[in-house]
Structure formats: C-alpha cells, structure tokens
Ligand binder design. Structure first.
Ligand code: NI
Length: 137
C-alpha cells in the first residue's frame, strides 16, 4: 500500500475534540482515524449512488405475534434477490433476533427495509449500511 502524506489545517478545538475521541476509541493513530472517517464517508456515498452495496438488517420480534413470522417470510421471499442469508436466534421464550445479510442496489435494500418496517409487531428494525468493499482502498 503506497502512502501519501498531506497536511490539513483545522480549528484547534476541533482537533482537541478529535484527539479525545481517538483516545476514547483506542485508535492507534490520527492517520488511521482520518482514514476510517474517509472510508465511512465513501460508504455513505455508495448508498447515495445506485451501485451495489451490502449490509445487515437486525430484526427483533415476538414470534407469538399473530401472522408476523408468516409475513416476515413472505417479504423475504419477495425480496430474495437482495438477501444473501438470514440468521435466526431465539433470544428467550418469546423474542427472536434475526440478522438478514443484504446485498444489492440501495433502492432495492431500501424497499426491503420499508416493507419490513411496515409490518406490525416488529419490536426493532435497524440497517447497518455497509459496503461490498470493492470500491474502497
Ligand atoms: Ni426464534
């Protein structure tokens, strides 16, 4: 990996806050912290473009809720092209945690999230918007 050095001029207080955050996160260097921020911004850019992205959906629900499991299965089958895999964890007697790995264009994944959020009875729906990694250094 070829490295490039560049200098940046920033507000002194902003740098102090950034360094405090780096220490709290136990990030080893400013360079790594800045690189992570740049990658994070680039991943957000991928989600605003129409190229392939990847991520994970986290769902929490009570499997006793009437018809919920059936509806969840229907939605996932309808959107199967965006779903790589699903992991189901029985958290306790009532609650289930489902992790749905997704890959596709942002609009297809957004449509899946929208349909899941529209279902009654889900306690939690969250999307970790990630990347395929192909366009990132
Ligand atoms: Ni379960």
């Amino acid at each position: 990996m070829a490295l490039t050095r560049f200098s940046v001029s920033l507000d002194k207080d902003l740098v102090r806050q950034f360094d405090a955050r780096i220490r709290a996160d136990r990030c080893p260097t400013r360079s790594k912290a800045v690189g992570d921020l740049i990658r994070s911004a680039l991943v957000q850019t991928e989600w605003h473009a129409s190229e392939e992205v990847a991520g994970a959906l986290v769902l929490v629900y009570d499997h006793h809720k009437r018809d919920l499991v059936k509806k969840l299965t229907e939605v996932q089958h309808d959107q199967h092209t965006a779903i790589i895999s699903t992991q189901h964890i029985h958290l306790d007697h009532d609650n289930c945690l489902e992790i749905v790995a997704v890959r596709g264009t942002p609009d297809i994944i957004a449509a899946l999230v929208q349909r899941l959020k529209a279902l009654k009875g889900l306690k939690h729906v969250a999307l970790a918007a990630g990347t395929t990694g192909r366009r990132l250094a």
